[in-house]
Design a protein around this ligand. Structure first.
Ligand SMILES: [Zn+2]
Length: 279
């Protein structure tokens, strides 16, 4: 059997597959216990698991968890730990890398970028059929490209990350800073409160700058948009389609397809693909 997990900032979703069919779905809160402890609990209940595939909302390198902003890490060397103690194979990959693998299968493309706007601003890139990982597996950290100075700090410690303008957490931070009450994009757009419209407009500009940068740098055939902020604000898609030519190089836009994700939980689906067999 194969255990597939999506370890996100707030919850862990898990599915158990037998002969390619999902037989059980489980949920847990990310902060309640460590990821390894959670997996051990599942193993104790469902014995015959041979492979564990994990989509992880943090940085990972060759089976080792490097950083995790919101998840309790009880074992950094998670792959080694389960191999030694249980003889189980663990495959773990960054959540946006998993998401783009699932999107690549969906769109049958090896040149595809997935940008997810949720709490953070995340990117996964498949170029020529290969994941773009970088020398130490921390490439494509879109949210942390320099943009302009904000009056508060990013999770990474700097104050000029684009994620401080174009993400769900950015909307929360700016709403708190200007005492706006709501941090919903739609409410900010139509609000009469001082600075509300400005926060909305800054969000749009930063998001377009991020997407234009992705298209210009990676020249994908398909750009997939996902994440809570995109899903909850359908009007964003039209704004992006209309304005992206002002933010991306013309030749990179030729033949580019921009779509919204249709996959319910792409990181979980992508984690399944880390070991694409029917155990
Ligand atoms: Zn940052």
């Amino acid at each position: 059997m194969k255990l597939v997990l999506d370890a996100g900032g707030t919850s862990i979703r898990a599915q158990i597959y037998e002969h390619g069919m999902c037989v059980t779905t489980l949920h847990a809160k990310s902060r309640e216990k460590g990821l390894a402890a959670y997996i051990e609990e599942v193993l104790a209940t469902y014995g015959a698991i041979e492979v564990v595939c994990i989509s992880y909302a943090g940085q990972v390198r060759e089976g080792v968890i490097l950083s995790a902003p919101n998840i309790t890490v009880d074992r950094h060397d998670i792959k080694k730990y389960f191999a030694a103690k249980y003889g189980i194979e663990v495959l773990i990959e960054n959540d946006l890398n998993c998401a783009v693998l699932a999107e690549a299968k969906e769109h049958e493309s090896g040149d595809i970028c997935a940008v997810y706007v949720g709490t953070g601003l995340g990117l996964g890139v498949l170029s020529g059929g290969n994941l773009v990982r970088g020398a130490s597996s921390v490439a494509t950290e879109l949210g942390h490209i320099p943009y302009k100075k904000a009056p508060f700090a990013c999770g990474c410690g700097r104050e000029n990350c684009i994620e401080l303008f174009a993400s769900g957490s950015a909307l929360e931070k700016w709403s708190r800073y200007y005492l706006l009450g709501s941090c919903e994009l739609e409410a900010l757009r139509t609000s009469e409160a001082a600075h509300a419209k400005e926060v909305y407009e800054e969000f749009i500009k930063a998001l377009l700058a991020a997407l234009g940068t992705v298209v210009t740098l990676f020249n994908p055939k398909v750009l997939v948009l996902g994440g809570g902020v995109i899903e909850n604000n359908p009007f964003l898609y039209e704004i992006i389609l209309q304005n992206i030519p002002l933010y991306a190089l013309g030749v990179s836009l030729e033949g580019l397809k921009i779509v919204q994700t249709t996959i319910e939980d792409a990181p979980l689906k992508g984690a399944y693909l880390l070991k694409d067999t029917n155990e």
